[in-house]
Design a binder for this molecule. Sequence first.
Ligand code: PMP
Length: 405
Amino acid sequence: SIIWTPQEIRRQFPSLEQKVHGSKPLVYLDNAATTQKPQTVLDALIQHYNYSNANVHRAMHVLADRATEALEDTRKTVQEFINAPGAEEIIFTSGTTASINLVASSYGQVYIQPGDEIIISHMEHHANIVPWQMLCQTRKAHLKVIPIDDRGELIMSSFEQLLTAKTRLVAVAYASNNLGTINPIQEIIAKAHHAGALVLIDAAQAAAHLLIDVQSLDCDFLAFSAHKAYGPTGVGILYGKRALLEQMPPYQGGGEMIKEVTLSSSTYNDIPYKFEAGTPNIADIIGFRAALDFIRNLGWSIINKHEKELTSYTQHLLGKIDRIRLIGTATDKVGIVSFTVDKMHHLDVGMLLDAQGIAVRTGHGCAQPLMQRLGVEGIVRVSLAVYNTFEEINYLAHVVAKIVK
Ligand code: PMP
């Protein structure tokens, strides 16, 4: 890995250099919504459109070859990034949401029978709740929920009690996008497998912050979004074990996913193409490779060390402020510090922070059931990335303290 100073990391992100509301330096702390993009990603997009813009897999010409090669290169890079056994186990989608819907629809419609059970947790993003509700409704299956404690950790003894011979699938987040909690997914996967169930990991909030190794985890499916990992919007990844993907029916029909089509019937392409109907988001997939290289060049030890220290520091400074209630105090956390302010609406806090150049998320964070569990209508969420600095957190704490007064 390359040793960059914090300033050298920041300089790679042109969007971080801007001022907002006239003269306020941008303090971007909404990385769980989407991260900013390094210059190398932007360069890759322009390079593609200027030099290799063509559709992939189809034509016999130079540009088509370049585009196809670059797209498949990203697939290989993703394979290495999550240590998947094969590149054909990496499916390009439009995002985590699309990846989870693909599994719910394709796997679910065939393998979920009436009376079967699916387990999620109380801290899931709507993208890992609603597709399973829809599936349970059409297949007459039951959705069960792992409860969480007041610190925002899964209650594992309850999970064990929820597992039955009828459990087909467990779908949980690697890390919560609102609490920051890193879930014990290794243990969840082992216990689910022991009960004969498959496991889907929602790694949207993990991909840029935690090493993912699908072989050592032994998860059956894993989903994440490029845009939360320094890459372009509109690109998602679905990893699935080869044997499962091969048994699953296509999700959508169209070009690219077929072998042969007659007017009466069609045969389907091999994986991953069977699940990639239509023209993919070629440019953004190619751009994502540069984001993965950025993470690889930095290295997990630097990312983890910096984000851990910054998270504790943020929690420490905000926790000292009167009338602030920290939300999510799990021992093992990614860089998310959420809070509410006594007698103040979260939207007002967000607006006042924005006026000082500080970008945070306010509201239910796409997790209304979690808000119901916490007994709040919404939260203020500070979410960190590797380019955030201690100076920014000092400024945040200073402004929050003023607002609260
Ligand atoms: N799951 C989690 C944990 C997330 O944080 C997000 C994005 N905020 C999603 C799912 C959905 O991702 P996308 O909107 O990119 O499909």
